[in-house]
Design a protein around this ligand. Structure first.
Ligand SMILES: *Cc1c(COP(=O)(O)O)cnc(C)c1O
Length: 457
């Protein structure tokens, strides 16, 4: 089978070549052999393509695409997007540091989040970010105070809670008035008036984010109505903004045929509405996260055991779990799961695909009608967003490896976490048996660690 980079014309995304599932033309079974599992694999081509589609859809409309870093904040992913000239939407100091280290331009960073600490604000000001998306009147006062102490002027944009129903999963809706996000409509004008009074604030924009997995453009249309009505009222008070930030949220299809919102459909609609209805010309910002990276990633996992069950589904226990991909546990999310070596074959009995973590809610797929056997490598698809960025060390499980296929070949974005790193920052209290370990205990630890490492090869 000729599937090496030299012999096969470069392919984009995930497709089967001679039956084998490949990423940008590179066989996933080979990634599993080289890196063991669980391992995330990303298509650099798909990430770049999605970002470029967003960027290009604006045409000559003034705009900035701020990738929402929380969807996947791995340095290699941020770096690829920084190289494309992307902006970033961040929600923490950690994400700020990641974006800066990845080469992101601070002038293209917007800082969202309902709980910004004084140190978050100071860090954002020190970096010289584009603006803070302000989520409460109290935060507005705090940003002014921190800016005054530092002797700088802070750029701000009010994140409006427009009370719009995005018709998505309740756990990812953010723009209803019952949500903790954004400034309530009735307070927004006061926030702008207050910002105009405060000497260390500069009004930069107005922003909004209604939720995630939004497949219908209508909630966005409702949101633009609300924002432009506010801009007209503010204009009458002599307050103007330079940009309008419509947030993220475009849906991707986890199942074939699921409704999705294409970058072109969203951007063209937003640009047209802005041109038509904004009271004066503004730059458009958007904050897509999921829709840039979700389809570009899979999680590779190996079947450890298939346990026959009395119930109407057998139990397929794999080496990945909710610690690598928590979306099924957290949102009942559905991910396509396929063997990498050959197309899925119908099994005799459905299987529940579960992880080794000691929680009943640790599952990746339920009642899948596919044939599985111990040793099979499976791809959990559409896992590039809110996968690795939500991974945890629960059950003292090391974080998985991450690989990107770049120019048809795998490159390591993250080594699998070493078991010793799990507790490297922890300290023993007085009452514990104190280290340093004697020679015999140290030898024992090392033997065990080597056993882990060898088994993973
Ligand atoms: C999460 C988030 C986004 C990205 O949402 P997606 O659904 O991943 O596109 C954008 N803006 C803000 C403020 C967010 O919290």
């Amino acid at each position: 089978m000729n599937t090496t980079a030299d012999t096969v014309a470069r392919r984009t995304g995930f497709e089967r070549i001679d039956g084998e599932l490949c990423c940008d033309g590179f066989p996933l079974s080979e990634v599993a052999r080289l890196h063991a599992t669980p391992t995330y694999v990303y298509s650099s081509e798909l990430i770049r393509e999605k970002y470029r589609r967003y960027d290009a859809a604006f045409g000559d409309t003034a705009h900035l695409v701020c990738y929402a870093a929380k969807a996947n904040s791995t340095m290699g992913v941020l770096g690829l997007l920084a190289a494309e000239g992307a902006g970033f939407d961040i929600v923490s100091q950690g994400e700020l540091m990641r974006v800066l280290h990845a080469g992101g331009d601070p002038k293209r960073i917007v800082f969202s989040g309902v709980g910004k600490t004084r140190s978050d604000i100071a860090a954002g000001l020190a970096a010289g970010i584009r603006c803070f998306n302000v989520e409460s009147l109290a935060e507005l006062e705090r940003i002014d105070a921190v800016a005054r102490e530092l002797g700088v002027v802070a750029p701000v944009s009010m994140r409006v809670n427009p009370d719009v129903d995005p018709h998505t999963n309740a756990r990812i809706a953010t723009g209803l008035k019952s949500a903790k996000f954004g400034i309530a409509l009735r307070d927004v004008k006061d926030a702008y008036r207050r910002a105009a009074e405060l000497a260390n604030l500069r009004v930069e924009g107005i922003s909004c984010h209604i939720g995630s997995q939004v497949s219908d453009p209508r909630p966005y249309e409702e949101m633009t109505e609300v924002l432009f009505a506010l801009l007209r009222e503010l204009d009458a008070d002599g307050i103007r903004v330079a940009h309008v930030d419509f947030g993220g949220g475009a849906a991707v299809a986890y199942r074939v045929g699921d409704p999705e919102l294409a970058p072109e459909a969203l951007v063209e609609r937003l640009a047209a509405l802005t041109k038509e209805k904004a009271p004066y010309p503004v730059e458009i910002l958007i904050e897509p996260g999921r829709s840039i990276v979700a389809e570009a990633g899979v999680l590779l996992t190996t079947v450890e055991y298939v346990k026959p069950m009395e119930a109407d589904a057998d139990c397929c226990i794999v080496d990945a779990s909710m610690t690598e991909l928590i979306r099924p546990t957290l949102y009942d999310a559905w991910h396509r799961i396929e063997p990498v070596a050959h197309p899925a074959r119908a099994g005799a009995k459905p299987v529940n695909i579960v992880g080794p973590v000691c929680e009943s809610s640790d599952w990746l797929g339920s009642r899948r009608e596919i044939e599985v056997a111990a040793g099979d490598v499976l791809a959990v698809c559409t896992a590039g967003a809110y996968g690795m960025s939500m991974a945890s060390n629960y059950n003292s499980r090391p974080l998985p490896a991450e690989v990107m296929i770049e120019k048809g070949l795998p490159t390591t974005l993250r080594e699998r976490q070493d078991v010793l790193e799990l507790f490297a920052a922890e300290r023993a209290p007085e009452c514990a048996k104190q280290g340093p370990l004697d020679e015999e205990a140290f030898e024992r630890v090392n033997r065990v660690r080597l056993a882990f490492l060898n088994a993973a090869r």
